[in-house]
Design a protein around this ligand. Structure first.
Ligand code: NI
Length: 153
């Protein structure tokens, strides 16, 4: 089921999300709805606060398949990349944001099993962006400047 996406200006996006303690049907329905919502909106990632749920849950699909991250944390990062970034909660806008070029994240899967995932480039950017949402941070807080029209990225 596609859920409503909370937009910038809503206090929900500024709150710190709590850890997800249970790995049950309720979580699986949330994950399903988050994926539905992300795909419908043509996004590459979505965090639970963006659908009004203050829990540490993220979905990402940069084109290589769906990744579900429960209680994710960045445990290593290296390098730097600068580029354009957008957010489904900030429709019609893009900004120039500097991020690590490579990050390793530790997270739980939908059954509670811990795993690690390493992403570079766009994947690293998506991981950082979505995990920021869990701490009430939106990319506009970190952007160097807004990108207008055809401006070079
Ligand atoms: Ni976002």
């Amino acid at each position: 089921m596609v859920r409503n996406i909370v937009k910038l200006g809503d206090e929900t996006l500024r709150k710190i999300s709590k850890p997800m303690p249970k790995f049950d049907l309720r979580l699986w329905l949330l994950l399903r709805d988050m994926a539905d919502t992300m795909y419908k909106a043509d996004g590459v990632g979505l965090a639970a606060p963006q659908v009004g749920i203050l829990r540490r849950v993220v979905v990402i699909d940069i084109g290589d398949g769906l990744i579900e991250l429960i209680n994710p944390e960045i445990i290593a990062q290296e390098g730097e990349q600068a580029g354009a970034e957008g957010c489904l909660s900030v429709p019609g806008r893009r900004g120039y944001v500097v991020r690590p070029n490579k990050v390793t994240v530790r997270a739980q899967d939908r059954k509670g099993q811990w795993f690690e995932i390493t992403g570079e480039g766009l994947m690293a950017r998506a991981l950082c962006h979505e995990i920021d949402h869990l701490d009430g941070i939106v990319y506009v807080d970190k952007m160097d400047h807004e990108i207008f029209g055809d401006e070079e990225e």
